[in-house]
Design a protein around this ligand. Structure first.
Ligand code: B3K
Ligand code: ZN
Length: 874
């Protein structure tokens, strides 16, 4: 496969002002008639340039230029390119293609999912529909006519407004859609199916009524309310916080079962993975409710950050994704608990993005090259990209940031632009110099901040020294220091926040500051202190960096209870738990657990005056994945074992407190997805999980009762998970069976049922995983099912996946090879756990590498998997 470089970017030689599409949909295939109004791009320079259109897996039926059918000698059809050597300055090109959506298992372009037609065009799926300059800097107005059998496909949708409809011969009908906004072809969408429609309206800030519609399969008609409410909240929020009003008269959401990703922001016609949009109290967990709200918001926000202003090329992907993730996290934070949202975002970043940044696929948020763009929809582009936007927000403050985003939207409306244009708008609006800050876009790797301090008691000066280093990453060494906002506070022995005087005698000094690090070493002096303070570093996680500071356990315990920054309270607790667990890895079974951890956790479990949402987060021990990420040479089973020992030790010591905590948090009143209720459910389910780890009979009774009586999925699956992960084998089998019988007709619930088992160190050993793959509800063609079994096993069931005999790795390699032929995007994603092979102890890493080599040697490897495997082995 070929590598594509950012430095090779050239403006498109031809522009397409208008696209007229006609889809004839049949059971055995689809015929697509396209008419393009093309003109030479004045910016492309002089001279003859051939017209080159992209295509993929298409049967070309005819080509016409200005009304004249071309014979085969007049063009070159190379399969992936249709080339016409000489064309006029302006012309109309007509192309007819034939495709087979019913056989499309890659789920790119036009395909079928449970009987309906749907599309996924980002990044390069439109070329699977017709020949076209498939690049985001070609923006066109689309008119789309969809024709299909009226009975089987009563609903026919595309982008924009429906302008015409009618009946045709043979029981067929058509609907014509027109989208007035020029857009890149990756935002094109089409849906045809037998769907029910749910309607609502939204009145915008300028008083326009927008028609909101959701389309779902009839069996899902009662699962739309939450997404619809989330949509309305998102629309209001984007008006209030960013001044962005919706622009079309209709906004549509469609749910499909087979989808490679979470959702897609097609203009006016968002398409969602069913699992990211459908919810009811009985079938969706609190986590799912929150995820749905966030994803609905994310896709909606793309209407401005992505659609009205789009990307010049795919190297700029973080322009829309980083910014939109930042926007959706601000939204979620405003809708719920800001501290909890921050904790969740940081936990994901530190566990998964840092691992990516430290692995063979590390890339800057604006990559310099790629082979397959689908491989670059990464945690780095999305989550680190959002952190980079967040740092701009921190550096500028909310008002100037808003001025910057207003300028960005106004200056670039209707354009396809670069991340640099975004930074420039922020600079121009604020007057700040972000030139060094731009390195965040160019340099990969997670900066490490080594922090040391000293206290000069005589002078009353506390001196903090911060050294930054950015590790080498593939193709990048000797990096320059970056511009890092570093928020901090200092605490005194009486738990008070101390004034941060950067000069002696400074009046009214604040108790929190954002320091700006720019040099490799920065020294800060804080004056007028009577005692050596405890530093509260990188508050709110103000930059995506690793902080190293020699915290004592006493300091961490102090911060855990007294830091006024809730995020740092959580962070101190996590650092303490990490330290305790790490110190036990590889020690004998009866090695003692630091009693101070028990005391701290007892306080969390029993003091109901604490912020319960924060407590619910603080009670989660650091995940195995995070502990592995932190290890130099990881032994996953040993880490699993140490973590489990700590958990059991805590559960035994806190047994009575856990029972009390459970009982205190048993709900009365109707189920609601509010931060308070979410925290209560989380607390009682954590209590259950811990009690079942120590085979507590009362805990078992509580779990069985909760399983039977729960009126919501969070509690039902909480009890199920606790029992599945316990030693009560008979109960496990029974509840799994009952759960399946009750919900077997609901794919979203069956997916949860699969993943509870696949992620369990008890129920998810390899022979059982094989049984799940043979289960009647398993379907290799459905990405959610693959993720819920294979993905959950390799990503969450880490002790089993890293079984010393290498069987977990071999299993994953087999599944990757099997999926590579049918769905390369999903196959490439599944490889991820193996790409980390260098971070594991030799006995593991050699076997992981061997598994990668086996994948590498498979015949006819897709470009997607090729790139990941070859870069991992390089
Ligand atoms: N933009 C889509 C991602 C599509 C990826 C296709 N390989 C979803 C989102 O980020 O909103
Ligand atoms: Zn997005």
């Amino acid at each position: 496969p070929q590598t594509i470089y950012l430095s090779d970017y050239k403006v498109p030689p031809y522009l397409v002002d208008h696209v007229d599409l006609r889809f004839e949909l049949f059971e055995n295939g689809a015929r697509v008639h396209s008419a393009l109004v093309v003109r030479r791009n004045p910016e492309a320079g002089a001279g003859d340039i051939p017209l080159e259109l992209d295509g993929d897996s298409l049967v070309l039926e005819s080509v016409g230029l200005d009304g004249v059918t071309l014979n085969e000698a007049a063009y070159e059809n190379r399969g992936d390119k249709l080339i016409i050597a000489s064309v006029p300055e302006r012309f109309e090109l007509t192309v007819v293609t034939w495709l087979e959506p019913q056989n499309n298992t890659r789920l790119e372009g036009l395909y079928k999912s449970s009987g309906m037609f749907c599309t996924q065009c980002e990044a390069e799926g439109f070329r699977c529909i017709t020949y076209f300059p498939d690049r985001p800097d070609v923006m066109s107005r689309f008119r789309t006519r969809v024709e299909a059998d009226k009975q089987a496909y009563p609903v026919l949708l595309s982008n924009g407004n429906d302008v015409d409809r009618g009946d045709l011969d043979d029981g067929r009908h058509f609907v014509t859609w027109e989208d007035p906004f020029p857009k890149p072809c990756y935002l094109f969408a089409l849906v045809a199916g037998d769907l029910v429609e749910k309607r609502d309206t939204f009145t915008t800030c300028s008083g326009r009524d927008i028609d909101l519609r959701m389309y779902v399969e009839p069996r899902n008609s009662e699962k739309c309310e939450h997404a619809m409410d989330s949509l309305k909240r998102s629309m209001r929020w984007d008006e209030e916080v960013y001044g962005r009003e919706y622009d079309l008269d209709i906004f549509m959401i469609v749910a499909v079962d087979d989808f490679n990703m979470g959702a897609m922001e097609n203009k006016g016609l968002n398409i969602f993975n069913s699992s990211c949009v459908l919810a009811s109290q009985d079938t969706a967990t609190d986590l799912a409710f929150q995820r749905i709200e966030a994803i609905v918001a994310h896709e909606y926000f793309h209407n401005w950050s992505g659609n009205r202003v789009t990307c010049r090329d795919w190297f700029q992907l973080s322009l829309k994704e980083g910014f939109t993730v930042f926007r959706d996290s601000q939204f979620s934070s405003d809708m719920g608990s800001p501290t909890v949202k921050r904790i969740e975002d940081v936990a994901l970043l530190r566990t998964a993005q840092f691992a990516e940044d430290g692995g063979p696929m590390a890339h800057p948020i604006r990559p310099a090259s790629y082979m397959e763009i689908s491989n670059f929809y990464t945690l780095t582009i999305y989550e680190k990209g959002a952190e980079v936007v967040r740092m701009i927000h921190t550096l500028l403050g909310p008002e100037l940031f808003r001025k910057g985003s207003d300028l960005y939207f106004e200056r670039h409306d209707g354009q396809a632009v670069t991340t640099d244009d975004f930074v420039k708008a922020m600079e121009d609006a604020s007057g700040r110099d972000l030139s060094q800050f731009r390195l965040w876009y160019e340099q990969a790797g997670t900066p490490v901040l080594n922090v040391s301090d000293e206290f000069d008691a005589e002078q009353g000066v506390y001196r903090l020294t911060i050294k930054q280093a950015i590790p080498d990453t593939p193709g990048q060494t000797d990096k320059k220091p970056q511009h890092i906002p570093f928020a901090l506070g200092l605490l005194g022995g009486k738990r008070e926040s101390l004034p941060l005087r950067l000069q002696a005698g400074e009046q009214d000094a604040p108790t929190e500051r954002v320091l700006e690090l720019t040099g490799e070493t920065e020294v800060f002096e804080f004056h007028g202190l009577d005692e050596c303070p405890v530093p509260s570093l990188l508050r709110q996680f103000s930059a995506p960096v690793r902080v190293r500071y020699p915290w004592t356990r006493e300091q961490l315990l102090f911060l855990m209870s007294h830091d006024p920054d809730g995020f740092n309270r959580w962070d101190a607790g996590e650092r303490l738990a990490v330290d305790v667990i790490q110190s036990l890895v590889g020690t004998p079974k009866d090695a003692p657990v630091d009693s101070r951890l028990v005391t701290a956790y007892r306080h969390l479990v029993s003091d109901s005056s604490l912020d319960q949402a924060l407590v619910a987060k603080m009670l989660q021990l650091p995940s195995e994945a995070y502990l592995i990420e932190l290890a130099e040479s990881a032994d996953a089973p040993a880490i699993h074992d140490a973590r489990e020992r700590v958990l059991k030790h805590l559960a035994i010591a806190l047994r009575d407190d856990l029972i009390a905590c459970y009982r205190r948090n048993v709900e009365a009143g109707a189920y609601q997805v509010t931060p308070d209720q979410i925290a209560r459910r989380s607390l009682r389910n954590t209590a259950l999980a811990w009690l079942l780890q120590i085979n507590d009979e009362e805990g078992r009774e509580l779990a069985l009762r909760q399983f039977r009586e729960a009126d919501n999925m969070t509690d039902r699956i909480g009890a199920l998970r606790a029992l599945v992960n316990s030693d009560y084998e008979a109960d496990r089998a029974q509840v799994l069976e009952q759960f399946y019988e009750r919900f077997k007709d609901d794919p979203q619930v069956v997916e949860q049922w699969f993943s509870v088992q696949a992620a369990s160190d008890r129920a998810g050993q390899l022979p059982q995983i094989h049984q799940l793959l043979e289960h009647e509800a398993f379907d290799w063609k459905n990405p959610n099912k693959v993720r819920s079994v294979v993905g959950a096993f390799a990503g969450q069931n880490l002790a089993a996946f890293h079984s010393p005999d290498g069987s977990g790795y071999d299993f994953l390699a087999d599944q990757v090879c099997r999926l590579d032929d049918s769905n390369p995007q999903i196959a490439a994603r599944l490889v991820t756990p193996l790409t980390r092979w260098r971070r594991f102890a030799p006995a593991y890493s050699q076997r992981m590498k061997a598994a990668l080599e086996r994948i590498r040697d498979k015949a006819g490897l897709s470009r997607d998997v090729y790139e990941v495997v070859h870069k991992s082995l390089a």
